[in-house]
Design a protein around this ligand. Sequence first.
Ligand code: FMN
Length: 211
Amino acid sequence: MEIKNLRLNYKKSAIDFNALEDNPIQYFMNWFADALAVNKDEANACVLSTISVLNTPSSRVVLLKGVNENGFTFFTNYTSSKAEDIDHNNNVALNFYWPELERQVRINGVAKKISAKESDAYFKSRPRESQMGAWVSDQSKAIKLCYNFLDSLNKLESKFKGKEIERPLHWGGYCVVPASIEFWQGRPSRLHDRLVYDLNEKIWNKKRLAP
Ligand SMILES: Cc1cc2nc3c(=O)[nH]c(=O)nc-3n(C[C@H](O)[C@H](O)[C@H](O)COP(=O)(O)O)c2cc1C
């Protein structure tokens, strides 16, 4: 099979433009529930795009760990490349693609650090190994090809022996506060449904876009 011949005629669903939510976060939650029903393992995987100090874009997958009326939360290392980008320019984009549903959601917004208390609460809920990982990985920094994490893990294990592992201050969450959210549903003949919500003076305006 040649790449150029890979194609799918999308026909699983449609956006009912007569039955929309006023709030896109509610609409996202409806779609997220649908995504969870068909992919309970990683429906929360999304692509986060940031812009560097040199104005170059960069994308990577992160896991959504919460959504509420304020926005979309993920966790990461506050000294990573993505965090450096956000320090410089906190306009970011999130992209969810759920192939099982032939759906995409595009979110543009502003990334803001969540409170230390909220990060602590989530960190506490993580498995011990993931907590250790947050301590030993200087995310996005170059390390030797032969680098072995075992030494650092052993040191950490003795430091926290019999104790709870506390959250390293360089690790925590960001909430992406949305300014616009687009819902895309694949449709036959490439005539896809696109629904965009834009925030204007605290009011979400809806519009439909040509595919
Ligand atoms: C399925 C999947 C889930 C991931 N989840 C996260 C995450 O929640 N947080 C995170 O910092 N990195 C996560 N990563 C790793 C990032 O994609 C990326 O490699 C890392 O954050 C470093 O990115 P940066 O150097 O641009 O900061 C995930 C990767 C994959 C493939």
